[in-house]
Write a protein that binds this ligand. Structure first.
Ligand code: SAH
Ligand code: TRP
Length: 332
C-alpha cells in the first residue's frame, strides 16, 4: 500500500475496502443471482483488469463520451477553477488522471500548490496509477486517496477546506432514479454554501450513436462486461465460463437508457463455492449488469432539483451531446 511514506510524502492513501470487499461481493452476488431477473452491481466491473479495459473504452472511436467531456473541460477549465485556487478537489469514481489533469493545468502559477486532490474510487489500482502520474506531472500537489465506495463512505472525507466535488463520465447515469438522487443528496448534505459540484451527464442523442458507443467493433466493451464474471470467479471461487455469455447492449428509447446484459448462450449451471450457491441459467437468460441513463436538459434539471442542488452554470459541446453542470446547494 502506498502510504504517507518517505518516498512519496505528497500521497496519503486510505483503504476502506480491504475487510469488507469479499463480504459485500458475496452478499450482492447471492442477492443478484437468486433474483427472478438476475442482476449484478456494476461497481464490481472495476478490478485492475476492469479499470484497464475501461480506459481502453474511453479512447474507442465509437465511445464519444470521454473525448467530448475532455473537450468541454479543456474549453472551460479556467472558469471552472477560478474560485478554486486553493481547497480540496474531491473526485468520486476518479479512475484515470486525464480529466483532473485538465483542471489542474488551468490553475495559474505553480499548479496545485494550494490544492489537495482527493480521489475516491473502488479500484485501488486505478487510484494508485493515477496518483503516480499526477505526482509526476504536478509535484506540488497533495493527494489524499480513498479506496472506498462513494455510495457508502462519503462521510469519511476530511472537512475544513473549500471543496469542488467532481463526478465525471456520466457515472451518475449508472444509477436508477432514486439511487442517483440518493447519491447526489449525500453529496449535497456535506456541501458548504461555497462548495461547488461539477457533474458530467451524457445527453439523449440518436439511437445509432448510443448503440455504437456500447457495442464497439473491437469487442472491448464486451470484454469489460464479461470481466465482472472473472471478478466473481477469483474472489468467490466460482466457475463462470465468460465465453459462454454474450455481451448484449441496447438503447431503450422509452426509458432513455442504455441497458447492458450478459446473455447465456446455452443452459448452464454455475457453482459459486465460497457462498455455497449453484445458479441455473436457461439458454438466452440474461444477467443485467448496467444501465447508462441519458439526459435531456429537463430531466437533468429535475434530477438535480430532487437532490436539493441548483444548476449555477451549464457547459456543453456544440452538438449538445454531453453536459457538465456546475451545482450549488440550494438554500433552505
Ligand atoms: N471518472 C472516470 C472513470 C469513470 S468509470 C471517467 O470519467 O472516465 C467509473 C469509475 O468509478 C471507475 O474508476 C470505478 O472504479 C469507479 N466506481 C464505480 N462504482 C464506484 C463506487 N460505488 N464507489 C467508488 N468508485 C466507484
Ligand atoms: N459511465 C460509463 C457509461 O455509462 C460506464 C460504461 C461505459 C459502461 N461503457 C460501459 C458500463 C460498458 C458497462 C458496460 O458510459
Amino acid at each position: 500500500m502506498l502510504r504517507q511514506s518517505q518516498s512519496h510524502p505528497q500521497v496519503e492513501l486510505h483503504n476502506h475496502l480491504t475487510v469488507t470487499f469479499n463480504e459485500s461481493l458475496a452478499h450482492d452476488v447471492r442477492e443478484g443471482l437468486t433474483a427472478d431477473r438476475k442482476r449484478l452491481p456494476s461497481k464490481y466491473f472495476y478490478d485492475s483488469r476492469g479499470s484497464r479495459l475501461f480506459d481502453r473504452i474511453c479512447s474507442l472511436p465509437e465511445y464519444y463520451l470521454t473525448r467530448t467531456e475532455m473537450k468541454i473541460l479543456g474549453d472551460h477549465a479556467h472558469s471552472i477553477m477560478q474560485p478554486f485556487a486553493r481547497g480540496d478537489l474531491v473526485e468520486m469514481g476518479s479512475g484515470s488522471h486525464h480529466k483532473i489533469s485538465r483542471l489542474l493545468h488551468a490553475v495559474n502559477g505553480t499548479a496545485g500548490a494550494q490544492l489537495r486532490y482527493i480521489p475516491f474510487d473502488v479500484s485501488r489500482n486505478a487510484l494508485l496509477e493515477a496518483s503516480r502520474e499526477l505526482m509526476r506531472r504536478f509535484p506540488q500537489l497533495c493527494i489524499m486517496g480513498y479506496v472506498a465506495d462513494f455510495t457508502a463512505h462519503l462521510h469519511l472525507l476530511p472537512h475544513g477546506s473549500k471543496r469542488l466535488f467532481l463526478l465525471f463520465g456520466s457515472t451518475i447515469g449508472n444509477f436508477p432514479g432514486p439511487e442517483a438522487v440518493g447519491l447526489l443528496r449525500n453529496v449535497r448534505a456535506i456541501m458548504a454554501p461555497d462548495d461547488r459540484f461539477l457533474l458530467g451527464l451524457d445527453m439523449v442523442k440518436p439511437p445509432h450513436n448510443l448503440n455504437a458507443a456500447y457495442n464497439d467493433s473491437r469487442g472491448v466493451t464486451s470484454s469489460f462486461n464479461k470481466n465482472i464474471l472473472t471478478v466473481i470467479n477469483r474472489h468467490l471461487h466460482a466457475d463462470f465460463n465468460p465465453a459462454q455469455f454474450d455481451h448484449l447492449a441496447f438503447y431503450n428509447e422509452e426509458k432513455e437508457q442504455v441497458e447492458m446484459h450478459l446473455q447465456a448462450r446455452e443452459a448452464a449451471t454455475v457453482n459459486i463455492a465460497d457462498i455455497d450457491l449453484s445458479v441455473d441459467f436457461k439458454k438466452g437468460e440474461t444477467i443485467h449488469t448496467e444501465i447508462s441513463r441519458k439526459f435531456t436538459p429537463e430531466s437533468a434539471r429535475i434530477l438535480c432539483a430532487h437532490a436539493g442542488l441548483e444548476i449555477s452554470r451549464w457547459f456543453s459541446d456544440a452538438q449538445g451531446w454531453f453536459s457538465l453542470v456546475e451545482l450549488v446547494p440550494r438554500r433552505g
